[in-house]
Design a protein around this ligand. Structure first.
Ligand SMILES: Nc1nc2c(c(=O)[nH]1)N=C([C@H](O)[C@H](O)COP(=O)(O)OP(=O)(O)OP(=O)(O)O)CN2
Ligand SMILES: [Zn+2]
Length: 142
């Protein structure tokens, strides 16, 4: 039988500060600087990131919720923010081991973490590296 529950999206935003360096290890130093410019400098640099995670699903008639936003908040804080806030993404964070932390890759890594918890409810992971540099991932179907 078809599920007649109304479909709603809900989002939670969380902020964190982290440093990173854009660096592709298969390229030479010269190639990295040609590709990434100032973002390839040795000591890295920091951003005040904003992560926005969006879920999409049917509203449970018994609870009036798709998912309790407090559960989404707690999950993001415990599984992502606590692991990245005030760390260097290239050096300190297990989920970024071997990953060049462009915003695209940050969104993909966070998607994987969130998908393991929320499965098909996960609709979008949005990473704002700065207020002007924003990346969204909506899964393989786009
Ligand atoms: N496709 C991507 N391009 C860039 C990324 C990225 O993650 N994906 N990241 C960066 C750097 O992280 C860099 O720190 C941001 O550079 P820039 O846009 O120059 O940002 P600024 O805040 O320094 O620039 P303003 O001129 O102050 O706006 C680069 N590219
Ligand atoms: Zn940067």
């Amino acid at each position: 039988m078809a599920d007649s529950r109304p479909i709603v999206t809900l989002s939670r935003r969380e902020s964190f500060c982290a440093s990173h360096r854009l660096w592709e290890p298969t390229l030479s130093r010269e190639e990295n600087f040609a590709l990434y410019g100032k973002c390839a400098r040795d000591n890295g640099h920091g951003h005040n990131y904003v992560l926005q995670v969006t879920l999409r699903g049917g509203v449970d008639p018994a609870t009036g919720m798709v998912v309790n936003l407090a559960d989404l908040k707690n999950f993001l804080r415990e599984e992502i923010i606590a692991r990245v806030d005030h760390y260097h993404l290239n050096h300190d964070v297990e989920m970024f081991r071997g990953v060049n932390p462009t915003s695209e890759n940050v969104a993909l890594v966070f998607w994987k973490v969130c998908h393991a918890r929320f499965g098909e409810l996960l609709s979008e992971v949005r990473v704002e590296e700065t207020p002007d540099n924003i990346v969204c991932y909506r899964g393989e179907s786009g």
